[in-house]
Design a protein around this ligand. Structure first.
Ligand code: SAM
Length: 248
């Protein structure tokens, strides 16, 4: 995982900034029950999405493991942010939250930690409460349609192990915790579409690029180099957010 303490200062500017955060917050709002009064954003990061969830009559809190990220979130939500590891324990009483949100967290965790975070969220939710989480996060960048995605998607999939945030896996773990899928929506990673040239630079440094043999990597680079409009960004990735309801 990235060192988010070091990443904190540049996080917002490099992850789509306000436009991406606004799109993510709108997607969350779409799946949140209107009457949700206690909402906890797990892995709140800089709080750029979290702060947008505040409403009259709703209490919104954030938790993040990185002190650097949590400090930035605290500036946006004074008194509402805790620094802590959500896989170890959420600082919430059992059944005390109406909703727990997790934007772009599970894909970062190994299978054990992602299961632990889901279990903590299930414990903290009241019966009928909602867990909202992104799924298939990294998959999104390679399945946007268009020439680059058509080229990269199959190669990336062949060099990528099962992901902790795969929809089927999240539903399977959720089912063991009394959580059932109740909704689904999407939001755009505005400004995150890459050009062929940019992909040629990032793939060798990516986890799946590092798993490829040199010949496959060179072949992919060459095929990317043959595409037209080398500096023209391709479509923004579209991220999936699901809601799970805690059974009574
Ligand atoms: C990709 S960022 C997403 C931040 C925010 N949700 C957003 O959409 O802008 C992932 C965040 O997860 C946090 N994180 C990773 N593992 C965590 C854990 N076990 N408990 C709490 N936060 C964690 C990182 O510190 C980082 O801030």
């Amino acid at each position: 995982m990235l060192d988010y303490d070091r990443e904190a200062a540049r996080y917002d500017a490099t992850r789509g900034g306000d436009a991406r955060a606004e799109a993510a917050a709108e997607a969350v709002e779409e799946l949140l029950p209107r009457q949700a009064r206690v909402v906890v954003d797990v892995a709140c990061g800089t709080g750029i999405v979290t702060a947008r969830l505040r409403r009259p009559g709703r209490r919104v809190a954030g938790i993040d493991r990185s002190a650097g990220m949590a400090r930035m979130a605290a500036a946006r939500l004074p008194g509402g942010v805790v620094c802590g590891d959500a896989a170890a324990r959420l600082p919430l009483l059992d059944g005390s939250a109406d909703a727990v949100t997790m934007i772009w967290l599970l894909h970062l965790l190994d299978q054990a930690d992602s299961a632990a975070v889901l279990a903590q969220a299930a414990r903290a939710l009241r019966p009928g409460g909602r867990l909202l989480t992104t799924v298939d996060k990294n998959h999104a960048a390679y399945h946007t349609g268009g020439d680059v995605a058509a080229l990269l998607g199959p190669v990336r999939d062949a060099h990528t192990p099962p992901q902790s945030d795969a929809l089927d896996r999240v539903l399977g773990v959720g089912s063991g915790l009394g959580l059932t899928m109740s909704g689904r929506t999407t939001f755009a990673g505005l400004g995150q579409g890459r050009s062929p040239r940019s992909w040629r630079e990032v793939i060798p440094k990516s986890p799946w690029g590092r798993r490829m043999d040199a010949a496959t990597l060179a072949e992919l680079g060459s095929r990317l180099g043959d595409l037209p409009d080398q500096d023209h960004p391709r479509p923004d990735p579209v991220y999936t957010l699901i809601a799970l309801v805690k059974q009574d």
